[in-house]
Design a protein around this ligand. Sequence first.
Ligand code: ZN
Length: 267
Amino acid sequence: MTNSSIHKLSNEELQVTIDEIATIVSESDYVVGMTGAGMSVESGIPPFRGVDGLWTKYGAPKMDGYSDFKKDPTGWWNRRTNEKIDSHINELRHALTNAEPHVGHYALVELEKQGNIQSLVTQNIDALDEKAGLQNLIEIHGNRTKLRCIECGDRVSLGDFVPLYAPDPCKKCGGIVKFDTVMFGEPIPDDVMTAARSEINKADCVLSIGTSATVRPASGLLWIAESLGATIIEINPTETKLTPICEVSLRSTAGEALPLLFKTLSN
Ligand SMILES: [Zn+2]
């Protein structure tokens, strides 16, 4: 099956594969969820990559965003406030601001409460997993509703407030503060990378949901998990680079599959 010929599963076919996934999950000791852009798309947030991705249509942002920021943080904040913003960026910001968690997010919360998954590593920056109520959550690319000190990693919540100029230095260490969202060229913050690696080391099953598994280093965690002996399960509408190493690949969306998985595991 290729990306261009998505076969819609019948309810029976869907349930057969959900049963398989439920069996593996219930027989595993430590299940880590790993989510990507597909989760956000179902909340109305346009993707960056792929055929309809914003970057595909309008071009990717500068690859050295982080070095630009570090050279002149005050100038960066001023430019952000004063620049003429492309309409697609405005659209994206509007979508992010108005997005709400969907049934897939809430099913993950229930799976966590029920002890079926132990943690979630997300590549999404939309803060919807947090909003839905995930507890053991690692936001590997940051959280757009927070600021982070680039020295000590301390994070503060923005609330509804978006700074119009450079925020004050970090209260804990005096370091420069930026949006928590990881920029191009910015390393994944040590604390989240360490936490994600630790989860992967503990996992005997990783449930990969709505990710094309192409963004490094986050996607690399999936191959590390496999090399450490974890069973990899994939829920994604199309085939991905990850598919060959998956024990089970379900061609479905998070919104369709996760509530069904929760229901199946609750019986
Ligand atoms: Zn600090």
